[in-house]
Design a protein around this ligand. Structure first.
Ligand code: APR
Ligand code: PHB
Length: 394
């Protein structure tokens, strides 16, 4: 039987950042990941870091490349009825900004740092299962390099994403789920061409939502709202570009830079919260506990906020024998989680075409006009988009 202090399941942002924050406090952990290293490093995900999330990566010593290659943005555009409206986030929030840096780049930096520091990190593990999670000595059973192994821990961190094994290991009835699905999905592409706008453009069009983001000065990230059951092979390159050009059209001299599509896919949209985010000695972190629709770009940021709370609670547990911060882990995290659910659902209904109700469409346009003309309303958007300070709501 192998032993560690914290058994971490999943090497996404949650698991990798948690292991690092624990190591910095002298707490030992083992990370078990079902995919290969290459798979984790290439998975296409969002790429917006809140102000405090970017600072946290610096604080834990993995921010160097992000600061060099990431793009600091001080504003975003809301585009509707052929007009652009800039939300000056930095000016509205006392200088707070976002950093555009792909999640897979964050993952590469974290894996490299973990390996350099001798962190126990096992890829390609199979048949992971959890036992005795309501005892003081929970175990993780898994198969690695052809052998069946058992890892005994003080605590297990479930960092294995929405489709992982940790949440389903909690007995029926011990946690409640809150969920909402949306009647649309996002078709996303990466284009090997320069972004036409240096800042993100969120467009509301009667044919549906569109977004222009980016990964670098040479690579554009683009999304369009599509029906929930749509498949990627329904879409030719010409159709994708034509839809993007229609929905992102704006008065004046602006057009997208068409380039080769180097990656494409369709992502479903959902909101989900597990409450509580803990059971016995198992703590759910990040996507294992909650999912937000991508409109507010919050998935990775919310995961980082959970990790921060759990790492501090485990610090109190190991250094002072204080169980209280662990006992209140879920309640602490859920305050932020529900605020981010609120914001992500609000951004989603503000910008997507939802049904054919003409009344709803007029209310939506009135809301866009309000957000882009009232400093109070614009500030509410800006402070949530750059992220409420860590500590303010967990
Ligand atoms: N055993 C081991 N590892 C697993 C298992 C399992 N049974 N199931 C899933 N995993 C791994 C996945 O392969 C993945 O690498 O857990 C990891 C979970 O990572 P993420 O899904 O990235 O979740 P998280 O770390 O919480 O980060 C949240 O990622 O999904 C995005 O939009 C989301 O940006 C947000 C962020
Ligand atoms: C992205 O760049 O992938 C991105 C940006 C903003 C979002 C979602 C995704 O709201």
């Amino acid at each position: 039987m192998l032993k560690t202090q914290v058994g971490i399941i999943g090497a996404g942002p949650s698991g990798l950042i948690l292991a690092r924050m624990l190591a910095q406090q002298g707490i030992e952990s083992v990370i078990l990941e079902s995919q290969s290293r290459a798979h984790c490093e290439q998975r296409a995900r969002a790429g917006v870091l809140e102000h405090d999330a970017a600072n946290l990566l610096d604080e834990i010593g993995v921010g160097e490349r992000m600061r060099r290659e990431g793009l600091v943005h001080r504003g975003i555009f809301l585009r509707f009825d052929g007009c652009d409206h800039r939300i000056d986030m930095a000016e509205l929030t006392g200088g707070r900004t976002i950093t555009v840096y792909g999640q897979h780049e964050v993952i590469k930096d974290l894996i490299a740092a973990a390996i350099a520091d001798g962190q126990a990190l096992h890829f390609d593990v199979a048949d992971v299962s959890l036992n005795d999670i309501d005892s003081d000595a929970p175990t993780i059973q898994y198969r690695h390099e052809g052998e069946l192994r058992v890892l005994q821990c003080d605590v297990i961190a479930g960092c294995d994403g929405f489709h992982g094994v940790c949440r389903p290991s909690i007995p029926d009835g011990a946690i409640r789920s809150f969920a909402r699905s949306y009647p649309f999905a996002w078709l996303g592409i990466l284009s090997a061409s320069a972004p036409a706008s240096a800042e993100l453009v969120y467009a509301r069009h009667e044919r549906g939502f569109a977004l222009q983001s980016m990964r670098s000065p040479e690579v554009t990230r683009l999304y369009i709202q599509v029906p929930p059951d749509d498949t990627i092979d329904h879409w030719s390159d010409d159709q994708i570009w034509s839809e993007l050009n229609t929905r992102l059209a704006v008065d004046g001299d602006w057009s997208l830079n068409r380039g080769p599509i180097v990656q494409r896919g369709i992502t479903p949209m959902r909101s989900f919260v597990a409450d509580p985010m803990q059971f016995g000695r198992l703590f759910l972190v990040g996507d294992a506990a909650h999912i937000v629709p991508p409109t507010g770009a919050k998935g990775m940021n919310l995961a980082i906020a959970d990790v921060r709370v759990l790492a501090a609670a485990l610090g109190a547990f190991y250094t002072k024998g204080d169980m209280r911060p662990l006992d209140t882990y879920s309640a602490t995290c859920l305050r932020r989680v529900w605020n981010v659910q609120r914001f992500s659902a609000w951004m989603t209904q503000l910008l997507h075409r939802i049904g054919d109700d003409p009344f709803a469409a007029r209310v939506q346009r009135a809301e866009l006009e309000y957000v882009t003309s009232s400093r109070a309303a614009a500030t509410a958007l800006a402070e949530n988009y750059v992220g409420l300070p860590f500590g303010a709501l967990a």
